[in-house]
Design a protein around this ligand. Structure first.
Ligand SMILES: [Zn+2]
Ligand SMILES: [Zn+2]
Length: 280
């Protein structure tokens, strides 16, 4: 998948916001807030692109900076931190070089800042409520002040030439769909579920017998065939209402479905308010 130049898009959004802030009027202030929200989104997606191999495919459907960054932080607990990068040749392997050169700084906003700024800008994109009008909140002056403050921070982040740095020690494998799945070794534990970023297949990181000692095995479900008793299996990502599984032994088809059921409430959990709720 070709990379999208989100950094360039973020710069254009901030430039547009600055141009709108230079104009007078409520509409211009509102447009500045909208452009800055888009700049925050663009910078979030820029970082997401650096982590695509480490995130489940569902992340691409997310659009709020908070939700995207939840996934980035699950992949890398430092994903929302600014990093300063130095480079140097190790004359003795394992011993840091005594000639480290400064390479640059990858500036990032924290999830907390990004979410707060995105929401604050969003609050100016609605018609003020009666209460806000009465209390004088969410005025054009407030919007301009907030927008200028956020534009300054975004400019500071966009100033550097180093960005989307993602370094670490990784464990990786190729999914059956061909997607190269990788996870930071520091966040991967035995029996963790790993969802492919390409096709959404579920894998379990397992201790194996022999060499290699660890590997990824498909996560799935099994049940005895309702006709012949043979074990039927299907993959975890296929689980859903209406999934039809054909028995490899006899060819009988079984359908996955959900249903509501009732059960007796155990005595220790049965409060006076809970008992008999289903009756009308
Ligand atoms: Zn896959
Ligand atoms: Zn069967």
């Amino acid at each position: 998948m070709a990379k999208i130049n989100y950094r360039d898009r973020a710069r254009k959004h901030v430039a547009e916001a600055r141009a709108r802030l230079a104009e007078t009027g409520e509409a211009a202030a509102r447009q500045a807030c909208l452009a800055l929200r888009m700049a925050i989104e663009a910078l979030t997606y820029q970082n997401l692109q650096a982590y695509l191999a480490e995130t489940p495919n569902s992340v691409m459907a997310q659009w709020t900076p908070k939700k995207v960054m939840d996934e980035l932080l699950a992949a890398d607990p430092h994903a929302d931190q600014t990093a300063t990068v130095f480079i140097g040749i190790e004359t003795t392997p394992g011993v840091p070089s005594d000639d480290m050169q400064f390479l640059g700084e990858d500036r990032r906003f924290t999830q907390k800042w990004g979410n707060k700024a995105h929401n604050a800008l969003g609050s100016f994109l609605h018609e003020p409520t009666i209460r806000q009008t009465e209390t004088g909140k969410a005025t054009e002056a407030d919007a301009r002040l907030k927008a200028a403050e956020i534009a300054d921070e975004l400019d500071r982040i966009l100033e550097t030439s180093l960005f989307a740095v993602n370094m670490g020690e990784f464990i990786s494998f190729e999914c059956v769909c061909g997607f190269h799945v990788k996870r930071r070794s520091s966040v991967l534990s035995h029996d963790d579920q790993v969802i492919c970023g390409g096709c959404g297949r579920h894998w379990i990181y397992k201790k194996l017998e022999g060499d290699p000692a660890y590997g990824f095995v498909p996560d799935g479900y099994s049940f005895p065939c309702l006709e012949c008793g043979e074990t039927c299996q299907f993959e975890a990502h296929e689980l859903g209402e209406g999934k039809v599984v054909t028995c490899a032994g006899c060819g009988a088809k079984a359908e996955v479905f959900t249903q509501f059921a009732v059960r007796q409430v155990r005595a220790e959990l049965a409060g006076a308010d809970d008992a008999g709720k289903i009756q009308t």
